[in-house]
Design a protein around this ligand. Sequence first.
Ligand code: UD1
Ligand code: UDP
Length: 374
Amino acid sequence: MNVLFVLGTRPEAIKLCPVVQFLRKDPSRFLPRVCVTAQHRQMLDQVLEVFGITPDHDLNLMRPGQTLSSTAARVVEGLAPVLEQEKPDLVVVQGDTTTTFAGALAGFYHRIPVAHVEAGLRTGDIYQPFPEEMNRLLTTRLSALHFAATEWAADNLRKDGVDEERIAVTGNTGIDAVLYVAERLEKGLEQAPAWPQLDPGRKLIVVTAHRRENFGAGMLNLAAALRELARRTDVQIVYPVHPNPSVTGPIRQALSGADNILLIEPLTYVPFVDLMRRSYFLLTDSGGVQEEAPSLGKPVLVLRNKTERPEAVEAGTVKLVGTDTAVILDHARQLLEDGAIYRRMSRVHNPYGDGRSSERISSLIYSFHLKNKS
Ligand code: UD1
Ligand code: UDP
């Protein structure tokens, strides 16, 4: 079975590389091929390197400050010759980025079935997150196979009218990735950075933020909250800054030189997992970090008003705090000062997967192929 993986950004790579690796273990059944759009360049390459994956095709699309429209158009156009050359039995896309949606559209235009990994996430608001919620809805319409991480996501697909036989609950492949790296760090098989700047006597707060709906006021409110938090002598803040110019510009302007806030470049995956393990809690608007942190037993304050990942919120280990400075500070202080609240939020649990999602997806993909051939 010739399976073409199409991926473009850091989270897609983190969540699809474990599946590519799994298919590679079984060459008698699978010929996995990888096409990167390189919607992200540096952050994508960082992940491919960790998983030892060299793409078979590289569209090298990233442009500084790219727009949604131009990226989408270039992905569809760039994939056409690749699909014609590869003639895959299945195209696999993951998540809700421009590459995900445009990759699924390109597959459809070539009448190739598309499998969607991490299907069925919904907030119910097409502008939160923007444009990801619409990308999810459109990718669902374009796909033949839907791999939902949880029962809740599968239910969303059923409500959208997707045939039951095309839906499978597999867990999230991002949990395969994070548990794999965490175990290797635990066993000393991966080298964690030394972090001489970190003081083990202080509580580490790790921050990431990049959502389009938080550009402008949201980012500035976050910066104000971080400045205030950083005045405490019992904490230290590490913030790997997303390279989108709409993030780096305002954040570096607001926080460069601030005492007790370490602004750094995006970390490669192994050091970032290590940093999450060392953290006291995380402040983030990232989808992937919301999923990984509960598996590591780390509380998360989510810089959003709505989430498409309600399971950990319901379990009480992730809280939605939005981007109001006072509200962020209030919740951060509770975690730092109230032991009972902290203990409740730092319970290890795995609502999004058990580390075996890639294995399940591989066998489902092959069954689909056999059925299609017969
Ligand atoms: C994209 C996805 C978002 C996902 C996020 C993960 C879309 C519309 N957005 O947002 O869903 O959550 O990735 O991080 O698909 N840049 C670099 N180097 C990199 C990556 C990005 O310099 O390695 C800069 C470039 O100037 C680029 C800009 O960031 O033009 C924006 O990248 P883009 O992929 O369009 O949007 P993200 O905000 O990264
Ligand atoms: N991540 C990373 N280095 C960093 C920050 C995040 O490797 O400096 C990882 C993180 O562990 C998670 C993924 O990147 O697996 C999340 O990506 P991002 O927040 O960019 O996108 P989202 O998940 O919001 O789509």
